[in-house]
Design a protein around this ligand. Structure first.
Ligand code: SAM
Ligand code: SF4
Length: 424
């Protein structure tokens, strides 16, 4: 989501006559697009602003802005705390960036624009540069209020974009060369839940599938509570919908899930995974999980490990719980010590590494359709692409293949990727 917001801000900056530089010392505008979902990214953002502040000593006309969720969370306080800061811009006000910059160029500094507009999310410009794989926002915000999560506070209530605007944006992207789109939202399964007469999420997928020139469709993130049978069934008939589902489960213990206010049990989660695999046996399944939630006991953690063994995820994003300001869980007693969190995280990640490697090895000998993205990082004669189930594949080939769909026979399953030979 933040990456996508950064792309949109870049497009707005280009519209104001700015150009991207890879060298921060050359920059006249420095934006730190922040995330506050956990403590660590927030701290990283502050240290980056500190670095930009030093650069401003050599270029006093430079403009520094904090954008994103820390901007929404802290607002005006940031201007008081960081003297070199010129503006603060929340994620619901990105469209105001050109106006704020024009003012800052004229010397009007110290603006704070945060909050959310009612109704549907604002349409923002599509980046002009051709993107093989592009994100398309279909909804913003979240109404779920999981007890640990700051997203509803810093991204606002759920708002869905009209399907006509989504389809038009995808058509524009395809004309510019996009082959794969990822539909984005904090909870895509509740798309247009509050908009009578609008397409449902699976209907939207079917409509997107009809757009000529689009090769692949993905979506993220799904919430187990809102993932309907109709959406699961869409994997069986929406031709360009890739066999990849990211379905966070957060914890394997019902007691913890209840305190998290997730609205589903481990049994319901497992039943959904079973159904998904019935509809699409090749499905790559990934998830988010947390360790060290307040009062998480060893038995609760064991149930998380047991669920991971049972599902055999293709990959996991695993996090140590960190209290976030204003959330309910931040007020609760029983926080696990940093040592406990670290140990549980290491055990969990070790278990998942073994499963990922095993599943990658199981693919040896199979033939997979790959969308070629570019050169491999390690060798100039090797190309890199992705399977429909979202695995990275490296294979010998030339850069003329970028953007092509090719078939590759998998020769080797490694920890983080696959290696193969082109066969069509
Ligand atoms: N909307 C998505 C969902 O419900 O699954 C995820 C949104 S959140 C930006 C991404 C992930 O961050 C969550 O799935 C959760 O695992 C993790 N997360 C959220 N709040 C956290 C916290 N306070 N501490 C640690 N991890 C957190
Ligand atoms: Fe946060 Fe829960 Fe909403 Fe996901 S569903 S964004 S974890 S409140």
């Amino acid at each position: 989501m933040n990456e996508h917001d950064s792309e949109r801000m870049l497009a707005l900056l280009e519209g104001c006559g700015y150009r991207e530089t890879k060298h921060v010392e050359e920059a006249d505008v420095m934006l730190v697009n922040t995330c506050t979902v956990r403590e660590k990214p927030e701290q990283k953002a502050y240290s980056m602003v500190g670095r930009f502040q030093q650069l401003k000593e050599d270029n006093p006309h430079a403009i520094i802005g904090i954008t994103g969720c820390v901007a929404q969370q802290e607002g005006e306080r940031l201007l008081g705390r960081i003297p070199a800061l010129d503006f603060v811009l929340g994620p619901g006000k990105i469209h105001k960036l050109p106006e704020i910059l024009r003012d800052a160029e004229k010397g009007k500094r110290g603006t704070c624009s945060v909050g959310f507009e009612n109704g549907c999310p604002t349409n923002l410009p599509t980046p002009h540069t051709a993107q093989l794989r592009a994100y398309v926002t279909i909804m913003q915000g979240c109404d779920n209020f999981c007890s640990y999560c700051i997203v509803p506070t810093v991204r606002g209530r759920e708002r869905s974009r009209p399907s006509a605007a989504i389809l038009a944006e995808i058509e524009t992207l395809i004309r510019q060369g996009t082959k794969e789109i990822t539909l984005l939202g904090q909870n895509v399964n509740s798309y247009a839940k509050h908009t009578p007469g609008e397409l449902t999420f699976p209907q939207l997928l079917a409509k997107i599938d009809e757009i000529p020139g689009l090769e692949r469709i993905r979506f993220t993130t799904s919430h187990p509570k809102d993932l309907t049978e109709e959406t699961i069934e869409a994997f069986g008939y929406v031709e360009h919908l890739c066999e990849h589902l990211h379905l966070p489960f957060q914890a394997g213990s019902n007691a913890v899930l209840e305190r998290m206010n997730r609205g589903h049990t481990r049994e319901e989660y497992l039943a959904q995974i079973k159904k998904v695999r019935e509809v699409s046996p090749q499905m790559g399944i990934t998830a988010d999980v947390m360790v060290g939630f307040p009062a998480e006991e060893e038995e609760d953690f064991d149930q998380t490990l047991e669920l991971i063994r049972r599902v055999e995820f293709d990959g996991l994003f695993s996090f140590k719980y960190s209290p976030r300001p204003g959330t309910r869980a931040a007020r609760w007693k029983g926080e696990c010590t940093p040592e406990v969190k670290q140990r549980r995280l290491e055990i969990l990640q070790g278990l998942q590494r073994g499963i990922t490697l095993k599943k990658n090895k199981e693919l040896e000998g199979s033939v997979k359709e790959i969308l070629v993205e570019g050169r491999s990082r390690n060798s100039p004669h090797t190309m890199r692409g992705r399977t429909r189930c979202n695995r990275i594949v490296n294979f010998p080939g030339g850069s003329d293949l970028v953007g092509a769909l090719v078939f590759v026979k998998i020769a080797k399953g490694l920890q983080n990727s696959l290696r193969g030979e082109r066969c069509g």
